[in-house]
Design a protein around this ligand. Sequence first.
Ligand SMILES: *[C@@H]1O[C@H](CO)[C@@H](O)[C@H](O)[C@H]1NC(C)=O
Ligand SMILES: *[C@@H]1O[C@H](CO)[C@@H](O)[C@H](O)[C@H]1NC(C)=O
Ligand SMILES: *[C@@H]1O[C@H](CO)[C@@H](O)[C@H](O)[C@H]1NC(C)=O
Ligand SMILES: *[C@@H]1O[C@H](CO)[C@@H](O)[C@H](O)[C@H]1NC(C)=O
Ligand SMILES: *[C@@H]1O[C@H](CO)[C@@H](O)[C@H](O)[C@H]1NC(C)=O
Ligand SMILES: *[C@@H]1O[C@H](CO)[C@@H](O)[C@H](O)[C@H]1NC(C)=O
Ligand SMILES: *[C@@H]1O[C@H](CO)[C@@H](O)[C@H](O)[C@H]1NC(C)=O
Ligand SMILES: *[C@@H]1O[C@H](CO)[C@@H](O)[C@H](O)[C@H]1NC(C)=O
Ligand SMILES: *[C@@H]1O[C@H](CO)[C@@H](O)[C@H](O)[C@H]1NC(C)=O
Ligand SMILES: [Zn+2]
Length: 327
Amino acid sequence: MRLDSRYLRGNTCTAKMNLLAVVAVALCAFAPSAHCASETIAWCYHEPSCNDSTWSTIAAPYCNGTRQSPIDIVSARATENENLTDFTFKGFNNTNGLDYIKNTGKTVKVVFTEGIQISGGDLSESYDSLQFHLHWGNGTSTPGSEHTVDGKRYPMELHIVNSKSSFKRNTTLAVADSEGLAALGFLIEELPDTTDQPGSWKTLTSFLSKISFSDQNATITAGISLDDLITGVNRSSYYRYHGSLTTPTCNEAVVWTVFKEPIKVSKNLIDLFSTMLHINNTNTSPLMVNVFRGIQPPQPVSTQRSSSTKFGYSLALMGLGLLVGRY
Ligand SMILES: *[C@@H]1O[C@H](CO)[C@@H](O)[C@H](O)[C@H]1NC(C)=O
Ligand SMILES: *[C@@H]1O[C@H](CO)[C@@H](O)[C@H](O)[C@H]1NC(C)=O
Ligand SMILES: *[C@@H]1O[C@H](CO)[C@@H](O)[C@H](O)[C@H]1NC(C)=O
Ligand SMILES: *[C@@H]1O[C@H](CO)[C@@H](O)[C@H](O)[C@H]1NC(C)=O
Ligand SMILES: *[C@@H]1O[C@H](CO)[C@@H](O)[C@H](O)[C@H]1NC(C)=O
Ligand SMILES: *[C@@H]1O[C@H](CO)[C@@H](O)[C@H](O)[C@H]1NC(C)=O
Ligand SMILES: *[C@@H]1O[C@H](CO)[C@@H](O)[C@H](O)[C@H]1NC(C)=O
Ligand SMILES: *[C@@H]1O[C@H](CO)[C@@H](O)[C@H](O)[C@H]1NC(C)=O
Ligand SMILES: *[C@@H]1O[C@H](CO)[C@@H](O)[C@H](O)[C@H]1NC(C)=O
Ligand SMILES: [Zn+2]
């Protein structure tokens, strides 16, 4: 997951440009030091000199931390936690909730209008939903989700970024709090066809031709909602762990939720992401492919208590009750 906001864009630190990589201007606001050292971190996905194998060095102190994301989720090791209740999704049905779509040079980001919020799901308070963005590989032939489940990598992954409502969208405050951000991860599975399904994704991808080059944006006028995009997923069924941003500066400020069921999207639409977007402002700059971070060391993962276990517990309690009753 990546984070940048309009507040960070206004930072007065000047970013140096590197021939190989676009400098992440957003980083200044995350830097703990007054001189803002991290603004010069030039990270990338496409060159060995700045790809994720270098981040723990070029983007210390956070990218070399001990609760880094993404991880491989081992389903059999997820412990059951009765506190992982359902979420409440406010404004996810708003067809005016998606404001604009932008090529950041590192991903495609969709920024929300105000008023979208999540709560529940064992989060400590409500969180304002700010944006979603995507991670992908190189078409459906080279999958590019960030999280893997039991070693399986999916074609794409969608991240909805949410910030504690009490921080009033101040992302500097959010990344300084170990639970300042809540990320919702949706794995994307391919429908092996070329039939433009679902319609919401046909609409979303219809904007890609307007943002071929980095920094281009387009207003989303088409009346699709977040509910339309995350269609078909049982939102009561998810994994939970504590991790980090998956791009420099990798702040360990994220409560992660990864939903078990994938969104199903036609292969022809998935392939558009790796064929239509450039990492810079020229046709000769590379296409945006393999925009995901590799797997980080494991973290404890929890999941809802399954109904069969609840049933098992009640049977055990009944048994205990019988025993107690007898003696
Ligand atoms: C992007 O293009 C600009 C000039 O058009 C250049 O200065 C910069 O180095 C390029 N960045 C990358 C990542 O190629
Ligand atoms: C990143 O660079 C390392 C070598 O430094 C290379 O082994 C790895 O394949 C590269 N990853 C990508 C995604 O290019
Ligand atoms: C990460 O790097 C920073 C700065 O080099 C260092 O102070 C810190 O101890 C490192 N953290 C870990 C977990 O190695
Ligand atoms: C569930 O929440 C209660 C109350 O906050 C807490 O005491 C308990 O440890 C939590 N359970 C788990 C499995 O985290
Ligand atoms: C969205 O859902 C809320 C709560 O269920 C409902 O009150 C509201 O009318 C719905 N809005 C739209 C645009 O459907
Ligand atoms: C992505 O896939 C295309 C078509 O299969 C191929 O030509 C290209 O070299 C691949 N790019 C990378 C970076 O692997
Ligand atoms: C965010 O909070 C920090 C720390 O309190 C403050 O310095 C900064 O001005 C705030 N940013 C905005 C845009 O309000
Ligand atoms: C969108 O693009 C326009 C035209 O280049 C630019 O003026 C505007 O600042 C951009 N908006 C955002 C939010 O990036
Ligand atoms: C959604 O998942 C929950 C938790 O696993 C389960 O109890 C529920 O039956 C599922 N709902 C549907 C419609 O499958
Ligand atoms: Zn992400």
